[in-house]
Ligand binder design. Structure first.
Ligand code: UD1
Ligand code: CA
Length: 425
């Protein structure tokens, strides 16, 4: 497909009051920019991320996590139009469509972007802007239409007249451009406005003046373009995202006992008839099977695969682990960097000690099928407990345990008869 994306991520994000660049703030362990890059993953064949403020950190993140994206430096940051103009040299001979997005709108979905681009292509548009309606449109650019309803221009809040401010249709900040037709606009934008910036929004008027086919695509679910400008916005976006995830899971046959206290990342798959009990928090990418019981108060930290009929009980933390079917991790345990076979039982208070603070490395714990671990066991990784072996309560496992054996470390229990009685006498 002939589509490239440009993601604007050079702005300062002043209202976050943070040392971390805004687009690297996270929801469920994934950065805001990560959500946007994932949304274009199967749509665009090449992605450009415009970086500026804290450029090195954002560049590092993109390089380490998204091989299909390149960063382009914008310095100084003179506005959204100026930001897009930074890709002009890279796209000099490109003959296709360019999708423009903001790095601070993590709720946008791939489905919406696909529909948006299809609309753009189907009406042979040269420039399509996504718009949506807000009861309170404050701070967004307003979509100004002609009397006959066609697009006229976009006016920013700070440049708007009182009548324009009353308009509820706003610019979502997402555009699709027929690059060959629009690219010359970027050398002709001016900064003659209230903020002294080169506004990307001015390309609408430029397109109209140059007799191009300019269109707006109205997005129904305005939450999808909810932008993050503050910590309060970040919390609100997490809530929107969660509500959507939980509704989808419930539609697919997952019981969520208390949606108000349940937090599940959008990158978590859950099978039918699994029950999620209250106060469970699941972040990152995970796959949970059918007929499982998770929680109450379970914490899955990502990289977790759980097969069918598994129980992960209260105050259990799981990270980077594969737990096979019919296995129970009932209470107060930490399972990290581990592989648990089928029909394994983990006693209360079991810990996989996966981290060596001296070498700063993590090691793996492997428990084969039918292993039973007694309560309050520490499994010091790297360690393997072979099929059917048992571990006595309170054991510190520092060696591999052969199949069907018992591993136990226990000092003999002393009984001092009448010890208490004598003390009280
Ligand atoms: C922008 C739009 C507004 C729209 C809103 C939607 C303009 C002029 N205004 O306003 O019409 O309703 O988004 O959310 O485009 N950025 C850069 N370089 C810059 C300036 C900004 O990369 O020089 C990036 C920011 O990091 C951000 C995005 O562009 O990701 C939008 O910039 P921001 O300053 O947040 O624009 P808004 O005022 O929200
Ligand atoms: Ca913004």
């Amino acid at each position: 497909m002939n589509l490239k994306s440009v993601i604007l991520a050079a702005g300062k994000g002043t209202r976050m009051k943070s040392n971390l660049p805004k687009v690297l703030h996270e929801i469920y362990g994934k950065t805001l920019l990560g959500y946007v890059l994932d949304s274009v993953k199967n749509i665009a064949d090449e992605n450009f991320v415009i970086v500026g403020h804290h450029a090195e950190e954002v560049e590092k993140f993109v390089k380490e996590n998204y091989t299909n994206a390149k960063t382009v430096l914008q310095s100084p940051q003179l506005g959204t139009g100026h930001a897009v103009s930074m890709v002009c040299p890279s796209l000099e001979n490109y003959d296709g469509q360019v999708l423009i997005l903001c790095g601070d709108t993590p709720l946008i979905t791939a489905e919406t972007l696909e529909k948006f681009v299809s609309f753009h292509n189907s009406v042979k548009s040269d420039l399509t802007v996504m718009s949506t309606l807000f009861a309170d449109p404050t701070n967004y650019g307003r979509i100004i239409r002609e009397q006959n309803g066609t697009l006229k221009c976009i006016v920013e809040e700070k440049d708007a007249t009182p009548e324009q401010k009353a308009v509820k249709e706003v610019n979502a900040g997402i555009y699709c451009l027929n690059w060959n037709k629009i690219k010359t606009a970027f050398s002709q934008l001016t900064s003659n406005n209230a903020q002294g910036e080169y506004y990307l929004t001015d390309i609408i008027e430029w397109g109209k003046k140059n007799s191009l086919n300019v269109n707006a695509y109205i997005l129904e679910d305005n939450r999808e373009i909810f932008g993050i400008n503050s910590r309060a916005n970040l919390a609100q976006a997490t809530e929107y995202m969660t509500e959507k995830v939980l509704n989808k899971l419930m539609t697919e046959g997952v019981t969520v006992v208390d949606p108000k206290s349940t937090w599940i990342s959008p990158d978590t798959e859950i099978g039918q008839d699994t029950v999620i009990y209250p106060s469970t928090y699941i972040e990152g990418k995970n796959k949970i099977g059918s007929n499982c019981k998770i929680g109450p108060c379970a914490h899955l930290r990502g990289g977790v695969t759980v097969d069918d009929n598994v129980k992960i009980g209260n105050f259990v933390e799981v990270k980077k682990a594969h737990i096979k079917s019919n296995t129970n991790v009932g209470h107060l345990s930490y399972i990290g960097d581990s592989e648990l076979g089928e029909h394994v039982n983990i006693g209360a208070g079991t810990i996989t000690a996966n981290y060596d603070p001296i070498s700063k490395t993590k090691s793996k714990t492997v428990l084969k099928d039918h292993v039973k671990i007694g309560s309050n066991t520490v499994l010091v990784a790297p360690v393997e407990v072979d099929e059917g072996a048992n571990i006595g309560a309170g054991t510190v496992v520092t060696k591999n345990i052969p199949a069907w054996s018992l591993g136990i470390t226990r000092s003999p229990l002393k009984i001092l008869t009448d010890w208490v009685k004598k003390k009280l006498d």
